[in-house]
Every structure is written in structure tokens, then in C-alpha cells.
Design a protein around this ligand. Structure first.
Ligand code: F6R
Length: 608
């Protein structure tokens, strides 16, 4: 949801900013722009289109001299993608420029007020209101004006600001949108996310809500909204810049799919100790675990799909009731949380606005929240009462793959731990299940090595209009994710259905040749799903089946079969999703889609 970068240093700012923005383009890519302070003037270049348009316009930044500046890559919220709506926004005299990530909710009344005072607007954005309001309050002291603006605006923001009469300085501030800073001998940096500055420093300062940072080439200062200076400790980032590079793969998505065996290992192995599962981060005694009456899982998109899987797994083996909610629904449905309820939020980015709001809502109701989060230091990681990290490393492709796989592992571990403590699993089954978990990375690798077969199959479906994914139980959860992977990157309409539900209406959409992907990995439901496959085949569907090795019976009802290696039935999602990810990927590649940056999407959804 928009990326911002700022630099105050000894080197020319524009190339540094462009490089940083390139690392943030996953956050938004419909337009880009920069403002560089040059002498006592601010030079602004911005354009609709990908970052490369801005690179070309500025000859890689060469046309914008100056060592202090800010930049932006946009995911449009207010105002369509256009040159005028691109950031930076500025005041009439072009002496103040602002880049913004987030939404200013009260921008309309503020705009009306400013218009009544003679201000003229050139864009449809909420951000321009910030620039004009800053102008209104600015009397030569940037900090003072920024604080006044902070008191007036409502909503979420990470702002980078430069003032022509403070040519060596960059200011930044945040509320509910991520912002980090860092420093090396060459200067100081701000950014929406770590990859933008990782080339320059591994020591990163996380800016908290309503904190202000003031950067100069030789250092930075942090302030509260009360203008009190504060000290901050840096966090050392462990992963290196290569982790956020494509490393020879055609797309980040392919690279990240290939990283899944490692991701699963990294999330799993540190929590297996002496034949047991140890999740210190839970901060729950056995007594606490035994006292859980219900688990509420809240998340969005693919993370929600891992929650749906977890419902089957936790209820199945730990016998604890689980409710799963989409975060944007949970936060407004006045949820009933009873005594003994535990809330788990799941988020790769740790910044998803609705998930963060659900976390806060639960805390306000007096419940502790466990965050299953990938990005260290993200808002959810910082605000959750306890955090279980998925050690997937940076995920750049907009469509999640490796973080999804890591979330599944974290949830299996929780289920097993709870089941064990509550006496629902005997020793033998528990240890067999752990052995099954340990085999997953090798099995995923094996499935990935079959990618050419999936690619050949996918090539036949680049012109598909509709695809249906069906399954029962955990297979239904797998279908949801398989369907999302396909539609979000290939723009082919697809739907996931509980296999038994299709005949209650949707089956009328099946025509001669419609592709139906049936997931049938649950032994107890196999025959039932098989019947549903026969039903769609009888209506002309072409049936692709994903099932366990040995289930050759399926060939009677399927036109094409992908077998996955044997594992415990609760863990089949981790394997069945691999061919479905590859299918979505290769259909999108075959159609010539921009796989890593699908239209209308952005990686980190920091607006509701
Ligand atoms: C789909 C996808 C999204 C995210 C969702 C939640 O491939 O990536 O559906 O899963 O936006 O994002 P996080 O996990 O960052 O909260």
C-alpha cells in the first residue's frame, strides 16, 4: 500500500531513492515520484506508471541533483492513477513536499476549510490536504507545523516531508502505517520497509505511532507528538539483502515457491526439542493451555485460508472449538468472546489494517492476542501480547506462497502442542506426527521438482474463463487457496466450493470443458469427493484431481491426476498446495501476466 523512501546524506539523493523504491515496488506500482531539495528549491518529478517510467524520466535520477529528498511508489486509494494524483504533493509555492502511505480519513472537511481560506487543489488525493495544511501551519519551524498537522488529521499515515528552507533535512512521522529509519556513514534513510535500506545498513529503528523523526546527513533525532526528544534502540536485521533479490529466478514468486522447503524447516525445527514441541513465545503454562475454552482465529486472504485449515486441525486433534473470521468482518461484528477465549491473528506483513484492528478490538475486550507474524518488528508483532514468528524471510511477490506454508507449520505446531498438553494425543501418534512434519520439506521439494508437468498442463488453460476448485474439510481450505492463487495472478475467474455444496446452485455454471480442480486428500472423505467429481464430469467438466499417492481409484473420475506423497491427513495442505501454486503461476506466466505485481493489488494492505 504505497512505499515511501527518504534520504539526507552526502551522496546524490535521487539514485538512492530510486533504488530504495525499487525494493518497495511490491507495495504499490501504479505511479511513482520524487522530490529533491536543490539549493533553496524543491524539484519534483512524478508520473503515472511503473517505477521504470520515473527512472527513464530522470535518467536514473541524474536530472535531479541534490543530496536530500523523498520518493514514493503508489497504490491508488483516493483519486485514480494519474500524474496529478502521483506523489509527492506540494503547496502552491512548491516549498513543502510530502509523500504519504495510508489514508487521511477527514480529508474532505479539511479540504473544504482550506479551500475557504483560498487554497487551490490540483489532485483528488487525501495527501494533498496534508501538504496544504502543512503550508497553512508552517511558520519556519517544521517540527511545530508537523505536530499541528498531526493534531488535525485522522486516519493512518507514514509521511516523508521536505521543506525548501530546511534544505539539509528530511522529516517523517507515522501513525498506523509502517516506517523505519537507518543510518550509515553516508547519510540517513527512511522507508516503509526494511529491504529499501538493507543495502546501506542492518541496524534499523522502528518508528512508533505518533513519533517524528528528523534526519540530516550526520544523524537523526526522534520526537514525540509533545515535541520531547526520545532515544531509540536499533534492531539488527538478520537476513541479508540477497534474500530480497530474485537470485536468477524469473519471478520472485517462483523463487519464493522454491524457498518453501527451507521456510518450513526454519519455522518447524527450532520449536522441536527433545522429542517435544517447545513454543516459548506462547508464554502459556500448561495450565493456561488447559484453560482455553475457544480459539478465535482472525486474518485476511491467504492467511485466513491457513486459519480455515487450522480450524480443522485444532478441532480435530486438540478438540478445542475454533472460530475463524475474516478480519474486516470480525472487527465490525461486535464479536462475542467468552471467558477462556484465545485470539490468534495471522499476518505475513504484520501491517494488514483490518487484522491489526481486530487485534486491538480483542485487546480492548480484555483478551490476550497471539500474533503469527512473518515481518519482525511490524505493527502486529509489536502490538500482539505474544508473537510466534514464521521464519519465511522477506516475501516480495504479491501473491503469498512461502509465508503461507510457514503459517501452516506454525498452526500445526500450536495444534499439536495444545493436543499434547490437553491429553488428546498418545505418545505414539504424537511422535509419528512430528516425524511427518519433519518429512514435509523433502516432500515439498519433490513436488516442486515436478514443475514441468504442471507447466505443460497449465499451458492448456491460459484461455480458461472459469475454473472451480472443490474439496471437503481440509481439502476445501486447500481449494480456497488454490483458487485465490489462480485468480489473483492470472485474472481468470475461479471459485472454491465445498464439494458437497456445488450442486446447490453453482453446478449450473459447469459447461463442456470447464476445468474443475478437485482436491481429495482426506481419506475419510475420499469417496464423497469422488462422487462430486463424477457429478461435474457428467456435466462436461474436465477434472483435475489432487490426491494422495496410491489413490489410483480417482483415475476413474479424473481426467488428469497429481499425486502428493503420503503424510498425516491433517498436514496434506502443505503438500497439495504446491502443485496448485505452480498451476496458478504457470497459467499467469503463459498468459503473459505480471506475476509478481498483479493489477490492482499490493503486498501490504495497510488500508481498510
Ligand atoms: C494472497 C495474499 C493476500 C494476503 C492478505 C493478508 O496471495 O497474499 O491474500 O494473504 O492480504 O496479508 P498479511 O498476511 O500480510 O496480513
Amino acid at each position: 500500500m504505497c512505499g515511501i523512501v527518504g534520504y539526507a546524506g552526502k551522496n546524490q539523493a535521487a539514485p538512492v531513492i530510486l533504488e530504495g523504491l525499487a525494493k518497495l515496488e511490491y507495495r504499490g506500482y501504479d505511479s511513482a515520484g520524487m522530490a529533491v531539495v536543490n539549493g533553496d528549491k524543491i524539484q519534483i518529478t512524478k508520473s503515472v506508471g511503473r517505477l521504470k517510467v520515473l527512472e527513464e524520466l530522470t535518467h536514473g535520477g541524474a536530472t535531479m541533483p541534490g543530496t536530500v529528498g523523498i520518493g514514493h511508489t503508489r497504490w491508488a486509494t483516493h483519486g485514480a492513477p494519474s500524474d496529478a494524483n502521483s506523489h509527492p504533493h506540494y503547496n502552491a509555492q512548491e516549498t513543502i513536499a510530502v509523500v504519504h502511505n495510508g489514508i487521511i480519513e477527514n480529508y474532505l472537511p479539511l479540504k473544504e476549510k482550506l479551500v475557504s481560506k483560498g487554497y487551490q487543489f490540483t489532485s483528488d488525493t487525501d495527501t494533498e490536504v496534508v501538504a496544504q495544511l502543512m503550508d497553512y501551519y508552517y511558520k519556519g519551524n517544521p517540527l511545530e507545523a508537523i505536530i499541528k498537522v498531526m493534531h488535525r488529521v485522522q486516519g493512518s499515515y507514514a509521511l516523508g516531508i521536505v521543506f525548501a528552507d530546511h534544505p539539509d533535512e528530511v522529516f517523517a512521522v507515522r501513525k498506523d502505517s509502517p516506517l523505519i529509519t537507518g543510518q550509515n556513514e553516508e547519510g540517513c534513510f527512511i522507508a516503509s520497509d526494511v529491504p529499501a535500506i538493507l543495502k546501506y545498513t542492518r541496524k534499523v529503528f522502528f518508528i512508533e505511532n505518533q513519533e517524528i523523526v528528523h534526519l540530516k546527513a550526520d544523524g537523526m533525532h526522534f520526537y514525540t507528538i509533545d515535541e520531547e526528544e526520545i532515544e531509540k534502540e536499533p534492531v539488527t536485521i538478520e537476513w541479508d539483502a540477497d534474500a530480497a533479490e530474485k537470485g536468477g529466478y524469473e519471478h520472485f514468486m517462483l523463487k519464493e515457491m522454491y524457498e518453501q522447503p527451507k521456510t518450513v524447516t526454519d519455522t518447524l525445527m527450532p520449536r522441536l526439542k527433545n522429542n517435544d514441541i517447545v513454543i516459548d513465545e506462547l508464554n502459556m503454562s500448561d495450565e493456561d493451555i488447559r484453560a482455553i475454552k475457544k480459539i478465535h482465529i482472525v486474518a485476511c486472504g491467504s492467511a485466513y485460508h491457513t486459519g480455515v485449515t487450522a480450524k480443522y486441525v485444532i478441532e480435530g486433534i486438540a478438540r478445542i472449538p475454533v472460530e475463524v473470521d475474516v478480519a474486516s468482518e470480525f472487527r465490525y461484528r461486535n464479536p462475542i468472546l467468552e471467558e477462556g477465549a484465545m485470539v490468534v491473528v495471522i499476518s505475513q506483513s504484520g501491517e494488514t489494517a483490518d487484522t491489526l484492528a481486530a487485534l486491538r478490538e480483542s485487546q480492548a475486550l480484555g483478551y490476550k492476542v497471539l500474533g503469527i507474524v512473518n515481518v519482525v518488528g511490524s505493527s502486529i508483532a509489536r502490538e500482539a501480547d505474544n508473537v510466534m514468528y514464521t521464519w519465511a524471510g522477506p516475501e516480495i511477490a504479491v501473491a503469498t506462497t512461502k509465508a503461507y506454508s510457514a503459517q501452516l507449520i506454525a498452526l500445526y505446531l500450536l495444534a499439536l502442542k495444545f493436543a499434547r498438553v490437553r491429553g488428546k494425543l498418545d505418545d505414539k501418534t504424537f511422535h509419528e506426527m512430528i516425524e511427518d512434519l519433519k518429512r514435509l520439506p523433502g516432500q515439498i521439494e519433490m513436488l516442486l521438482s515436478n514443475k514441468e508437468r504442471i507447466q505443460r498442463f497449465a499451458n492448456r488453460y491460459v484461455a480458461a474463463k472459469d475454473v472451480f476448485f472443490i474439496g471437503r474439510g481440509i481439502d476445501y481450505a486447500i481449494s480456497m487457496e488454490g483458487s485465490l492463487k489462480l485468480k489473483e495472478i492470472s485474472y481468470i475467474h475461479s471459485e472454491a466450493y465445498a464439494a458437497g455444496e456445488l450442486k446447490h446452485g453453482t453446478i449450473s455454471l459447469i459447461e463442456e470443458g470447464t476445468l474443475v480442480a478437485a482436491v481429495a486428500t482426506q481419506d475419510t472423505l475420499f469417496q464423497k469427493t469422488l462422487s462430486n467429481m463424477v457429478e461435474v464430469k457428467a456435466r462436461g467438466a474436465f477434472v483435475l484431481a489432487v490426491t494422495n499417492e496410491g489413490n489410483t481409484d480417482i483415475e476413474k473420475a479424473a481426467d488428469y491426476v497429481i499425486y502428493i506423497p503420503k503424510t498425516n491427513s491433517y498436514f496434506t495442505n502443505s503438500l497439495a498446495i504446491i502443485p496448485l501454486q505452480l498451476f496458478g503461476y504457470y497459467v499467469a506466466v503463459g498468459k503473459g501476466c505480471d506475476v509478481d505485481k498483479p493489477r490492482n493489488l499490493a503486498k501490504s494492505v495497510t488500508v481498510e
